[in-house]
Design a protein around this ligand. Structure first.
Ligand code: 5GP
Length: 123
């Protein structure tokens, strides 16, 4: 997959402060904010501040400090979103088959209701 970063993507604009977001958590290397179109009572997106397209790009190219910060931010968001006790789902869509809409790595933190089975049949 092509890991060329498009700095005009919507999350790059959020990181530059060009469009607003409802911040849940900000750390040195990560930002978490509510999804604009929530699919569950709790739906938070966690992104690294660096220009990484998807998870495998981030895992290969980010520094240890960025990876540690991001991993801890996702865990902290689970607590802040109130889903750590009853459970949650993490999703990181990537590329064509993952149906990724925004080409900046993001982990969806979903919870607050029973989420159903992991995947729906593809029509
Ligand atoms: P993807 O399909 O790439 O995994 O998910 C992209 C997510 O970004 C979607 O859940 C969508 O609702 C969310 N999103 C798209 N544009 C914006 C925006 O401008 N602000 C916020 N907070 N979320 C957005």
């Amino acid at each position: 997959m092509d890991h060329t970063y498009d700095d005009q993507n919507i999350f790059a604009k959020i990181l530059r402060g060009e469009i607003p977001n409802a911040t849940v958590l900000e750390t040195e290397h990560s930002l978490a904010f509510n999804d604009i179109s929530p699919q569950a009572p709790a739906h938070v997106l966690v992104i690294p501040k660096g220009p990484y397209v998807c998870f495998d790009h981030f895992a290969a190219a980010a520094s240890d400090a960025e990876i540690a910060d991001f991993t801890r931010a996702v865990g902290e968001v689970c607590r802040l979103a109130g889903v750590a006790a009853d459970g949650y789902r993490l999703i990181a869509n990537a590329g064509r088959d993952g149906v990724q809409d925004v080409p900046h790595l993001h982990v969806h933190v979903l919870g607050g209701r029973r989420l159903g089975r992991m995947l729906s049949p593809v029509s």
